[in-house]
Design a protein around this ligand. Structure first.
Ligand code: PPE
Length: 307
């Protein structure tokens, strides 16, 4: 069970957690007509907290709504302000933030018509997404029998609720077969992303990640590419196949929830040495320093608040 906090921001009001409810005929519940974000706040050494790349997450929410033609009555700046307000109201120093904008009740039927669009922001403590040992030991992944959506099937650049049925299919299959996560291929057969993470490989010192095609444009992906390039690594956004993944020296997932999680095995092929490799470890160390606001070079990525 998730750990509850006290308040959920609901259309501009701070409601007690248990009162933030909707009707069963909410359009989004039937048709997946919602867009959301996942953001993390980290406790910093100086006693403050830092929300990682808040502006980019709020902008992506606004863009997701635009792609779905949802009328969002807030600007990215207003969403960012509401996020900080919700963290403060809950006195949460560190945790996960989930803004969600969804089509409410009114008309039934696929066409959302003039149904109202509601927005909520919930926050709660959330530890390592793929288990406490994953960040250290790496995880075991399986190539999914489900392909990631074709670029004209669902809009992968929108973080839309409906897109996640594809993720659920892949994740459930992987877990039931004893793996931690699913690696999904695109409809051309190239590696796309995981159910809730982007994917990177390292081979002969070169870092490679999927181009911005069938994937969600991960904000962690962007941060890791930037930090890696600044550290002097060569980073390429290029298609690669599952067998290139099998013979990679290192592989890892990135995501707000998963952070930077090493992959130690794919389809029963051990990746590299079967544990976090040197490049992965280096990037992981830098990444955690950056998200905790410890690297002044990336101060612009931190929105600080104090409880
Ligand atoms: N791809 C997918 C499909 C995805 O859901 C995420 C985030 C990413 C890539 C990485 O994006 P970013 O967080 O901007 O680096 N997945 C979110 C939801 C996970 C969940 O189970 O819920 C997340 O990590 O917050």
């Amino acid at each position: 069970m998730m750990e509850k906090t006290n308040f959920i921001w609901f259309d501009g009001k701070m409601l007690p957690w248990d009162q933030a409810q909707v009707h069963v005929l909410t359009h989004a519940l039937h048709y997946g007509s919602a867009v959301f974000e996942g953001i993390r706040a980290y406790a910093c050494a100086d006693g403050s907290s830092s929300v990682f790349r808040l502006a980019e997450h709020s902008t992506r929410l606004v863009n997701s709504a635009k792609i779905l033609r949802l009328e969002l009555p807030y600007t990215a700046k207003q969403i960012s302000e509401a996020v900080v307000e919700t963290l403060k109201a809950n006195k949460l120093r560190e945790g996960y933030i989930r803004p969600l904008s969804f089509v409410g009740e009114g008309e039934m039927g696929v066409y959302p018509g003039t149904n109202p669009v509601h927005t909520i922001i919930a926050v709660w403590p959330w530890g390592a997404y793929l288990g406490p040992e994953a960040l250290e030991m790496g995880i075991r992944a399986k190539t999914s029998s489900f392909a990631r959506m074709h670029v004209n099937t669902l809009m992968s650049k929108a973080k839309a609720a409906g897109n996640y049925v594809n993720s659920i299919l892949a994740k459930v299959e992987a877990k039931e077969e004893g793996y931690d996560e699913a690696v999904m291929l695109d409809t051309n057969g190239f590696v796309s992303e995981a159910s809730g993470e982007n994917i990177f490989i390292v081979r002969d010192g070169i870092i490679k990640t999927t181009p911005w095609t069938s994937i969600l444009g991960g904000i962690t992906r962007d941060a890791v590419m930037t930090v890696a390039r600044d550290l002097g690594y060569r980073v390429e956004e290029q298609q690669f196949t599952r067998d290139e993944l099998y013979i990679a020296d290192e592989a890892f997932f990135t995501g707000t929830a998963a952070e930077l999680t090493p992959i130690r095995e794919v389809d029963r092929r051990v990746i590299g040495a079967g544990k976090a490799g040197p490049v992965t470890k280096h990037l992981q160390k830098e990444f955690f320093a950056v998200v905790k606001g410890e690297n002044p070079k990336y101060a612009g990525w931190s929105t600080h608040y104090t409880i």
